[in-house]
Write a protein that binds this ligand. Structure first.
Ligand SMILES: Cc1cc2nc3c(=O)[nH]c(=O)nc-3n(C[C@H](O)[C@H](O)[C@H](O)COP(=O)(O)O)c2cc1C
Length: 340
């Protein structure tokens, strides 16, 4: 969960028997190495490094200027200067990042927005890494499998944060299948194990995903409530008060669809802005608004990423949450088998 995770959270999850993950896509290479070292100081269990495989954004100065102009009243209101231009803040996974990851040798490397080129996938596999990536449709799952994924994450529309959509035109409204419908279709579409994701916040949902044929469950939003997460205070406040019907898919922060708790910025500038520049350029425009909003102790412009099960979130240490999720899923599963 890029920006909200860190060594403390990943190590606590891995040490408790889960697979702790680091959203490394937005981190400079030095921080990725430091974070991997910090996890290894805390636990010798496997962990996952996650990267983005988005298309290089089109640089269109006129479109960038139009988007910045659209947001100018907000910069004026918050008393901050608008950016001069939009820039590509973080690169997609590339050969240099692959060198770094091969050196670090995490047990698992996962991707969002597709897969890297085959040569990079092979290098990671030769280094002993298992490869995962997210699919939002059965078709995307098949593409990931043929591109070398060892397991596919079936990310339902319920999920918090960015939709992993990469083979559909999300602007046309596709890529929005809910977890309950998506998981069995992906299980039928591929031979590799399927990891269910999206709206999974307790043992009942994990048990349901196993019933649908998933081999594992990926949990995001529920961990944003833990003390180890770097969830910023305005994000935490939004999570605590949100109900599931208050999350929406929006592209106003970074230019790609992502589920977040609706706030003033999402409602007024989106939730879907059709003319927004390509991901990840708009983060240059939304970042200063978010920081100024946080400084003013307002959530109006802060990206409060959250899935539709946000209201089930509980504040507890991450290791306890992993154990509680596993134990309660087992209780549900044994209850179901006793009933049959
Ligand atoms: C705050 C936040 C940040 C996320 N960042 C990433 C990311 O960097 N890479 C990624 O593959 N998925 C990311 N996701 C999506 C998760 O991998 C996962 O699909 C999602 O959290 C599952 O749904 P849930 O939040 O309802 O549990 C993020 C989700 C959240 C909530």
């Amino acid at each position: 969960m890029a920006g909200s995770d860190g060594a403390d959270l990943a190590a606590a999850v891995s040490a408790a028997g889960g697979l702790g993950s680091i959203g490394a896509a937005t981190m400079p290479p030095d921080s990725i190495s430091e974070t991997a070292d910090a996890i290894r100081q805390r636990t010798n269990r496997p962990f996952n490094l996650n990267f983005f495989c988005h298309q290089r954004p089109k640089r269109d100065p006129a479109a960038a200027a139009r988007w910045i102009d659209r947001l100018k009243p907000y910069y004026a209101e918050l008393g901050i200067p608008p950016p001069d231009d939009l820039a590509d803040l973080f690169p997609a996974f590339n050969a240099a990042l692959c060198d770094l990851v091969v050196d670090l040798r995490p047990a698992v490397v996962s991707f969002h927005f597709g897969m890297p080129e085959r040569a990079l996938v092979e290098r990671l596999k030769d280094a002993g890494c298992r490869i995962l990536s997210s699919a939002t449709t059965p078709e995307e799952a098949r593409l990931l499998e043929s591109a070398g994924a060892d397991a596919v994450i079936a990310q339902g529309a319920d999920a918090g944060g960015h939709r992993g959509v990469f083979a559909q035109d999300w602007r046309a409204g596709s890529g929005q299948i809910g977890t309950l419908s998506l998981v069995p279709q992906v299980v039928d579409a591929v031979q590799v194990p399927v990891i269910a994701a999206g709206g999974i916040s307790d043992g009942r949902a994990i048990a349901a995903c196993f019933a649908l044929g998933a081999a594992a469950a990926q949990v995001g939003t529920a961990f944003l409530f833990t003390p180890e997460a770097k969830t910023n205070p305005m994000h935490r406040a939004a999570l605590k008060s949100a109900t599931g019907d208050q999350t929406v898919v929006t592209n106003v922060y970074g230019g790609r669809p992502a589920r977040a708790v609706a706030n003033r910025f999402v409602r007024e500038a989106g939730p879907i802005a059709p003319d927004i520049p390509d991901f990840p350029l708009p983060f240059v425009a939304s970042g200063p608004l978010s920081r100024a909003s946080q400084a003013a102790e307002s959530g109006d412009f802060v990206a409060a990423w959250a899935g539709q099960s946000v209201a089930l979130g509980r504040e507890m240490p991450a290791g306890d949450l992993v154990r509680e999720l596993a134990d309660s899923a087992q209780v549900v599963l044994s209850g179901l088998s006793a009933a049959t």
